[in-house]
Design a protein around this ligand. Structure first.
Ligand code: TNX
Length: 533
C-alpha cells in the first residue's frame, strides 16, 4: 500500500498505546454549541430522509467513547474500525466499550431498535448534544451509518496529522436505506495486474460510498491472475513474465492473496465476486495449455487489446474437466454467493455452441453451491431464473434481457456509455478508451438504472456496477483518476432514491468531497463540471 496507509496505521497504533494519557482538549471542543461546518444532507450517496435539529449538535471530544451493543462481536468490530478512522486525526483515545450505558459522551452503535424501514442494509442515525446513535438490524447497516458519520465530520478527519478542528456533527436524524441491494465496482486484473495492496486501497475508497460488491475480472486473453492448483501453469505461465497488455506482467493472486483480499473486503462490508471469463477471452489459458484447443496447438500469448478471437473447445470433454476444476477451486476460496462466468464477446464461438457451453457451466456453478452471474450475453442460453445478468450494452433495448427479466432473472446495470469507468471523460483524457462514449461526470450521473432498458424495470434491477477495464491503466493513481469522481456518481444511483436525483445537488456535494480526497491522496480528475472546494 502507499505511504498514506502505512502512516495512518502507525498513528492509529500509536494512539492506541496512549489510552491513559488523554490529550488536552482543543479549546473549541469544550463548547458543544459551536456550529457545525456541515449539514445532514452533505453526504454521498444522498440519504433517504434527513431531519435536521440545530439544537442537537454533537462535538466529539477527548472523553467520547464508542459504545457497541453488548454481546455483538460484529458491532464491536464496526466500532473498532470507526475508532481506527477517527483516532489519527483527533488524537482522542475513543475506547470501544460493549456496555449498556455510560455517563460519557458517546457514539453508540446498536443492533436493533431502528426505524422499521431500514431493512438489512440501512440504518438510522441520531445526533443530539449528548452523542451520536447509529441503529441498524445488521453490522452492514451499522457500517453504512459510520460511513455517513465520517462524511458529517469536518474533512480534516481524513488526515493522519492532528490538525486542530472542531469535531462537530450536525444535529438531527437520518433514516437511510438503499434503493438497490447491489452496488458494485469491478477491477480488471487481467489486462494489467493490480497488486493486493492496490486492491485493498480501492476497497478502502469505494467502501466510503456504500459500495458492497467488488467484482474481480481475473482472467482474459492477455493474462490469468488466480492460482488454480489443478492447472498450475495458468499462473506461472498465463500470469507469468510478459503477460498483460504490452507484456508488462507478471502478476497473479495466490490463493492466500485472494483470501486476504476477501477478508479485507469483508471487514469493510464488501463481498468479492470472482470472474473467470469464458468461453471467449480465454487466450491466456489456451496459450498455456495446448490441450484446451480443438486442434491441440497452443496459440501464441497475446499482449494486444483485440477481443473476440478466442474460444474454448466446446465439443471436447476435457474443456469441462478444466472448467469444473477451476469452478470447484474458486468456489472453495470464495465465501460470497456469486461466481461470474463472463460470457461476453464470444465471437469465435457459434451461437449453438455458446448455448451448449453456458448451460453446462451454469450447472457446474450450482453444483458447487454458487449462484451464477454473467455478462448479458448469457441470457441467450435461457438460464434458470436465479442467474444474474450484467448489462453492458449501450442501447436501450435488448430482447434477450427483457425476456429474461420477464421470466424473473435479475439484472445488474453497467451500461458501457454511462457506467464504464475506463471510458475517457472527454477527448483530452490521457488514459482510457472511448469506444462506448466519452463520459463526463454528469453523463455518469444522469441516468436511471430502472429506466435504462425497455422491459427491465425497478423490480428486475438488482443494482448497478461500475466496471474499470485496465487496458490503459497500470497504477493505483491511474485507477483513482478514472474512478474519481465518477464512482461516487454510480454509488449514488445505486443507493439513493430516484426522487432525490438532482445534478445541482450532486455536483455541490461532490465538490465538497475534494478536501477529503486531497487528504487521502486520491488522484481525482478535477472535472470542470464540478464546483470543487
Ligand atoms: C468490452 S464489456 C469488454 C472488455 C473490454 C472493455 C473495454 C465487456 C463485457 N467486454 O473485454 O475490456 O470493453 O472497455
Amino acid at each position: 500500500m502507499r505511504r498514506r496507509h502505512t502512516v495512518t496505521r502507525l498513528l492509529a497504533t500509536a494512539t492506541l498505546a496512549l489510552p491513559l494519557t488523554l490529550p488536552a482538549a482543543p479549546a473549541a471542543a469544550a463548547t458543544p454549541t459551536t456550529a457545525p461546518t456541515r449539514q445532514l444532507t452533505d453526504v454521498i450517496p444522498a440519504p433517504t430522509e434527513t431531519h435536521p435539529d440545530p439544537r442537537g449538535t454533537f462535538t466529539l471530544g477527548p472523553l467520547t467513547v464508542i459504545r457497541t451493543s453488548p454481546g455483538s462481536t460484529a458491532a464491536r468490530q464496526v466500532g473498532r474500525q470507526l475508532a481506527d478512522t477517527l483516532r489519527p486525526a483527533t488524537g482522542y483515545p475513543l475506547p470501544v466499550l460493549p456496555v449498556r450505558s455510560t455517563p460519557l459522551p458517546e457514539i453508540a452503535l446498536l443492533l436493533g431498535g431502528a426505524d422499521a424501514r431500514v431493512g438489512q442494509q440501512g440504518y438510522q442515525l441520531d445526533v443530539t448534544r449528548r452523542g451520536v446513535t447509529i441503529r441498524a438490524n445488521t453490522a452492514d447497516g451499522l457500517f453504512a451509518g459510520t460511513q455517513t458519520l465520517r462524511q458529517l465530520l469536518p474533512a480534516q478527519i481524513e488526515a493522519p496529522t492532528r490538525q486542530r478542528a472542531t469535531w462537530a456533527v450536525p444535529g438531527g436524524r437520518i433514516v437511510d436505506v438503499p434503493r438497490f441491494a447491489y452496488r458494485g465496482a469491478m477491477l480488471d486484473l487481467a489486462r494489467h495486474f493490480h497488486t493486493v495492496d492496490e486492491i485493498k486501497a480501492y476497497v478502502d475508497l469505494i467502501s466510503q460510498y456504500k459500495i458492497n460488491y467488488l467484482h474481480l475480472h481475473l482472467t482474459d486473453d492477455q493474462g490469468w491472475r488466480i492460482q488454480i492448483d489443478s492447472w498450475p501453469r495458468l499462473t506461472t505461465v498465463g500470469g507469468g513474465p510478459g503477460t498483460g497488455v504490452d507484456g508488462v506482467g507478471p502478476g497473479y493472486l495466490t490463493k492466500a492473496d485472494y483470501k486476504a483480499v476477501v477478508a479485507y473486503a469483508a471487514a469493510r462490508h464488501i463481498t468479492i465476486i470472482p470472474e473467470i471469463d469464458m468461453p471467449g477471452h480465454t487466450n491466456a489459458a489456451q496459450s498455456t495449455y495446448a490441450e484446451l484447443n480443438c486442434d491441440k496447438v497452443a496459440p501464441p500469448p497475446r499482449t494486444d487489446t483485440a477481443v473476440g478471437y478466442s474460444s474454448l473447445c466446446i465439443d471436447d470433454e476435457l474443456t469441462y474437466r478444466f472448467v469444473e476444476d477451476v469452478i470447484r477451486e474458486l468456489a472453495e476460496m470464495t465465501p460470497g454467493p456469486y461466481l461470474h462466468i463472463g460470457g461476453d464477446e464470444a465471437h469465435a464461438t457459434t451461437d449453438e455452441d455458446y448455448r451448449t457451453f453456458v448451460q453446462r457451466v451454469l450447472q457446474l456453478v450450482s453444483k458447487y453451491g454458487k449462484r451464477a452471474y454473467g455478462w448479458n450475453e448469457i441470457m441467450q442460453a435461457d438460464p434458470p431464473t436465479d442467474a444474474i445478468a450484467q448489462y453492458w450494452g449501450t442501447g436501450t433495448t435488448n430482447a434477450d434481457l427483457a425476456e429474461a427479466a420477464a421470466r424473473g432473472n435479475k439484472v445488474v446495470m453497467s451500461p458501457a456509455n454511462k457506467a464504464y469507468l475506463d471510458m475517457k471523460y472527454d477527448r483530452s483524457t490521457p488514459l482510457g478508451l472511448s469506444w462506448a462514449a466519452y463520459i463526463e461526470v454528469r453523463d455518469a450521473y444522469e441516468w436511471d438504472p430502472a429506466q435504462r432498458v425497455t422491459g427491465v424495470g425497478e423490480n428486475a434491477v438488482l443494482g448497478v456496477e461500475a466496471p474499470l477495464w485496465s487496458e490503459t491503466l497500470r497504477t493505483l493513481d491511474d485507477i483513482e483518476f478514472m474512478a474519481f469522481p465518477r464512482l461516487p456518481a454510480i454509488a449514488e444511483l445505486g443507493w439513493s432514491t430516484a426522487a432525490s436525483h438532482d445534478w445541482e445537488s450532486f455536483r455541490t456535494r461532490l465538490g465538497a468531497q475534494a478536501p477529503r480526497w486531497r487528504l487521502q491522496d486520491v488522484n481525482f480528475y478535477p472535472s470542470p463540471q464540478v464546483p470543487w472546494i
